[in-house]
Ligand binder design. Structure first.
Ligand code: SAM
Length: 196
């Protein structure tokens, strides 16, 4: 991944475009902000850090779980080949899709559903980014990760999680490293903290 390109694009992206009017005045803060439906747009410095860890290449096929506002999606779409993004709240997905289309991204594919089960139809993925806190490492996501691939996923209870970097070697061996502590909203669904 070209780190310079990532940082330049990250700095050029106006976060106020991704939040509702009452939150726009806070968009430059390095803080998560509410986006409705009990969800948040993540802290910008964490988005940057997680993208660095994921390290997508220009031809990577990326699966993103938790589209939210579409802010992280835009960065992934800029830095990789194709992005398959899954969000469980249809109203959030509708707004995110509109924003990403306004930004002229044509390499993003959208699905409303339980992303903890991945998106089997288009697997395997070179990179998987999860932006909500999982209860355990979802076996479906591990199975949908390509050999030589990388996954970034917060795992742990709703108040504090370990940020995990999962790698799959060319021979299919799974390795897991804890890269720090983070606080994300909970992943729901099969591998989340609540089913609904
Ligand atoms: N990356 C997003 C952004 O840049 O705005 C922020 C994501 S927000 C912290 C987490 C998102 O994950 C929420 O929009 C939430 O609805 C979604 N989510 C939670 N559980 C999910 C699931 N099982 N499948 C898909 N999306 C899920």
């Amino acid at each position: 991944m070209d780190l310079q390109e990532l940082e330049t694009y990250f700095r050029s992206l106006d976060r106020s475009f991704f939040v509702e009017s009452d939150m726009k005045k806070y968009a430059t803060l390095d803080e998560p902000l509410p986006i409705g439906y009990g969800q948040t747009i993540s802290q910008p410095s964490l988005v940057l850090e997680m993208t660095r860890l994921l390290s997508p290449e220009k031809d990577s096929k990326v699966l993103e779980i938790g589209t939210g506002s579409g802010f992280q999606t835009a960065i992934l779409a800029k830095m990789s080949g194709k992005v398959y993004t899954v969000e469980r709240i249809d109203k959030l997905m509708e707004k995110a899709k509109k924003r990403l289309e306004t930004l002229n991204f044509t390499n993003v594919y959208y699905k409303v559903g339980d992303g903890s089960m991945g998106w089997k139809e288009y697997a395997p993925y070179d990179r998987i980014m999860v932006t909500a806190a999982a209860r355990v490492l979802p076996v479906e996501l591990v199975n949908q990760l390509a050999n030589g691939g990388r996954m970034v996923i917060p795992i742990g209870p709703p108040d504090l999680q370990e940020l995990k970097l999962i790698t799959k070697t060319e021979n299919g061996v799974i390795q897991s490293k804890t890269m720090g502590m983070v606080r994300f909203v909970e992943l729901k669904g099969q591998y989340g903290w609540t089913k609904e």
